[in-house]
Design a binder for this molecule. Structure first.
Ligand code: ADP
Ligand code: ZN
Ligand code: ZN
Length: 804
């Protein structure tokens, strides 16, 4: 059955209407077009990207109005039926446009921004001569042709794996569908095309006669020479005529920088074995059970993941392993690679566009069975999933902040229901929502109370920085921490110094008038970067030189303030000139592979101190670390967010867990100005449940999740009055349309009240049950799209904001 009408979801920036449009399928494509492929279609005056979501034989569009598809971009669909229905679900669940849901599932190389795929190899061993670039299915170009049209430098860039615009090539070659790099092997396949073609050359004729008896076979050229006595030149001329072809293998870039040694399953502890048994049982059922694996740091959660995945692989199925910002934990990737070798693909933000595409393609082509990746890897195009794992499931990076505003946990559960497979949510400090669900029996709770090798949890001391001040200590280190560091240096043990940088950074302050240099576009202080001697906005990228005089009062008394990692580094060297310190932050990890290099050096004992930000809080497992110092526990406590205490507790537990993981006992020193705060008090014992109880009590009292749901409507405009006005209208409209069981708070200024020159106001919706919420929000969005957009308003709706 062939279809002549395609239903297409189009990528149109204003999204006037979020529904499929009918397009005619030109006759020559009727046989090739498939649901899930990307197409180019005319929309208004432009040609836009679209996804085929349905095929049919009739349409309500009048015959003279229906427009034809202008191009098919994929010969094989890039989205499966599962993905298309997942997109529909995402659209409703997160109130997003369907096109956004469709695009988020694909690597960026396949999104509207790029459209064309350049799939090439980083491997220096491959020379341009060995490369053929395939345009679409048929047209193949080798380096000679690039040379002829003067595009050899471009080809070299492609080979080096740098994605470049290929517009020039497009012009030369016409209709480019896809550029994919292949390596020409020396296997040759005999084809029957052009066999009838007469040729006068005797040797070619005799070769062609011989080949008639070998149609479709794959042979080595050497064999052909031996059996027929022809020369390579003759064979080549027959290949040029199209009667035979060299077999090509698709080549991929390999994002792994080094080889790993193979590891094997460990003998599980009793607790681990009980947990694994429950997981395996649900795999056999099979059932879509969600497990919450709550295990203290170092309890061997990862070993459970590894052995559960092994079972999935034994059954010929596939597994998705999510970790927060994987590029930041190379040790983690390595543990998977060393267990499963080539079966593993990785997906994270540290890869180039081309590398990401290659990893995606390996998954799609069934070349790998495990993906270890950050949030978006939840959309890995596997088709026989046996297990999905979210490690550190409480991490806020699992929630996407742009449309579609999805949480990877929800997508994981959706896919697990589709495949009838279990989900494991693992954490030492689960999100309150998750633990509450486990207590209700929605998730199945598995607990690991002890560390894998029975090591004690580290001893935690809290250093009261107010007392330090009273003692006259104005430095950023408490006496206790200084003593701790001195002792470790003497004993030749290693330590981690953690700087909680969220909302806290080096800034420039005028000592006379107190002015802090601000970003001209955002209500945020600029951050001072010592390496470039510049001030930078972390939100919009704005940069300027450090002023010599105060922009406000012209005073020359400018002072650098705050505790950046660079500042800590300097202070450490002042106190301990002999210390060897490695710093890991955005500045030292700019180049590719920098994380690995720093961690490897630390692991090899090339340094005593590893100093860093959030990126060292997770996943590190080094035997010689016996001290963890938290320089300031307060910074994340004072973020205006109902989750501030939870985040602080999680972070402190997490980073403390880096100490004493092996034989040597660990110690943690937490510096704070508010030692009496319960998040800090309870982080001392690293005991999750008392924290949970306490925090739940407060959440109930103040009406926040998990007792209530919250949704956030945010409105922005370049003009502050307009932003406030329309946020007010949104609030009034919500009050008028939602039941009086729903609390609508606001409008209030957002916590960052101006961003990229836009003023931001918001309304917070708190509710327990409100069946009307989604339709009401959809109507609000429709009103915004139809009217408010014209006034320059931007409005977003987030049904599960990770910060408010
Ligand atoms: P988690 O993921 O819970 O923080 P890990 O899986 O990283 O814990 O385990 C902590 C350490 O204990 C690692 O070095 C790991 O190799 C080791 N380990 C885990 N399980 C076992 C086991 N059953 N026997 C011996 N060592 C183990
Ligand atoms: Zn001043
Ligand atoms: Zn800015």
């Amino acid at each position: 059955m062939s279809f002549s009408v395609a239903e297409v979801i189009v990528d149109v920036p204003t999204y006037h209407v979020d529904r499929p449009f009918d397009y005619e399928v030109p006759t020559e494509w009727v046989k090739v077009i498939e649901v899930g492929s990307r197409v180019k279609v005319p929309f208004g005056p432009r040609n836009v990207l679209g996804f085929v979501v349905g095929l049919k034989n009739d349409t309500d569009v009048p015959i003279n109005k229906i427009k034809p598809i202008s191009n098919i971009l994929d010969m094989e669909p890039v989205l499966t039926a599962e993905m298309l229905s997942l997109a529909k679900w995402l659209k409703n669940e997160t109130i997003c446009y369907e096109i956004d849901a469709l695009q988020v599932m694909l690597p960026s190389a396949l999104r509207a921004k790029y459209e064309k795929v350049v799939n090439l190899q980083d491997d220096q061993a491959i020379l341009p001569e060995q490369v053929q670039v395939i345009f679409g299915k048929r047209r193949q170009v080798n380096f000679k042709e690039f040379e002829k049209v003067g595009l050899l430098p471009l080809l070299k860039q492609l080979i080096e794996g740098r994605l470049v615009k290929i517009e020039n090539v497009v012009k030369q070659q016409g209709n480019v569908k896809e550029v994919r790099m292949v390596k020409i092997t020396d296997d040759i396949q005999i084809l029957d095309v052009a066999m009838q073609e007469a040729t006068r050359a005797v040797k070619q004729r005799s070769l062609i006669d011989w080949m008639r008896g070998h149609l479709g076979e794959v042979l080595k050229p050497q064999q052909i020479y031996e059996e027929t006595g022809v020369s390579p030149a003759v064979l080549q001329s027959v290949v040029d005529k199209g009667a035979a072809r060299f077999i090509q293998e698709e080549v991929y870039r390999d994002p792994f920088t080094k080889d790993v040694t193979r590891t094997h399953s460990l003998r599980l502890t009793e607790e681990q074995a009980i947990a694994l048994k429950a997981i395996k049982k649900s795999m056999e059922a099979p059932s879509a059970t969600t497990f919450l694996l709550q295990g203290v740091t170092g309890s061997g959660k990862t070993e459970i993941y590894l052995q559960a995945i092994q079972k999935v692989l034994d059954e010929g199925k596939e597994a998705i392993m999510l970790v927060p910002e994987i590029s930041l934990t190379p040790q983690m990737t390595e543990r998977f690679r060393s267990r499963f070798g080539e079966m593993v693909a990785v997906m994270h933000s540290g890869l180039s566009v081309g590398e990401k595409y290659d990893e995606w393609r390996k998954i799609q082509q069934g070349k790998v069975s495990v993906v270890v990746g950050a949030r978006s890897a939840i959309f890995a195009p596997f088709t026989n999933i046996g297990l999905i794992i979210l490690d550190e499931e409480h991490e806020s990076t699992y929630k996407q902040e742009d449309s579609p505003r999805y949480h990877a946990r929800d997508v994981a559960i959706w896919r697990s229901e589709y495949y009838k497979c279990p989900v494991i949510l693992g954490s030492a400090t689960p999100a309150l929502e998750s633990f509450a669900r486990a207590k209700k029996g929605v998730y199945t709770l598995l607990t690991l109370k002890q560390r894998a090798m029975k090591q004690a949890l580290p001893t935690v001391f809290v250093a009261d920085m107010r007392e330090e001040l009273q003692k006259g200590n104005r430095s950023m280190f408490s006496e206790q921490l200084v003593e701790g560091i001195r002792m470790r240096l003497e004993r030749k043990e290693q330590m981690v110094l953690f700087l909680n940088r969220r909302g806290y950074s080096s800034f420039v302050l005028c000592r006379d008038c107190g002015t802090v240099v601000q970003c001209p576009n955002c209500d945020i202080s600029l951050t001072y970067h010592r390496t470039t001697e510049k001030l930078k906005c972390h939100y919009c990228g704005y940069e300027e030189h450090v002023p010599q005089i105060c922009p406000q009062c012209q005073s020359e008394h400018i002072r650098y303030f705050g505790t950046g990692t660079q500042k800590v580094e300097e202070e450490i060297y002042k106190l301990f000139p002999e210390a060897r310190l490695l710093r890991m932050d955005v500045d030292t990890t700019k180049h590719k592979g920098a994380h690995e290099e720093i961690l490897q050096a630390f692991g090899e004992g090339q340094a005593d101190i590893l100093l860093g930000t959030q990126m060292i809080a997770k996943g590190l497992d080094f035997p010689n670390i016996t001290l963890v110092g938290v320089l300031s526990a307060d910074t994340s406590l004072h973020i205006p967010d109902y989750r501030a205490a939870e985040r602080t507790f999680q972070l402190l537990t997490q980073v403390s867990g880096r100490a004493g993981r092996h034989e040597k006992p660990g110690e943690v020193i937490i510096q704070t100005y508010t030692p009496e705060h319960y998040a800090i008090e309870l982080a001392k014992t690293q005991d999750y449940e008392p924290f949970y109880e306490r925090e739940m009590f407060l959440r109930r009292r103040s009406g926040y999740p998990p007792y209530y749901f919250v949704a956030l409507v945010q409105v922005s405009h370049e003009d502050v009055m307009m932003a406030a006005e329309y946020a007010g209208r949104a609030g009034d409209w919500l009050r008028g349309n939602l039941s009086n069981q729903v609390a609508i708070i606001g409008p209030t200024a957002a916590s960052i009240s101006r961003l990229q020159n836009r003023y931001r106001y918001q309304c917070l919706i708190k509710y327990k049950i409100e069946p009307n919420l989604i339709p009401v929000l959809q109507r609000l969005l429709a009103m915004y799209r139809a009217e408010w957009v014209k006034q320059g308003i931007l409005m977003t709706v987030d049904l599960d904001p990770s910060t408010i």
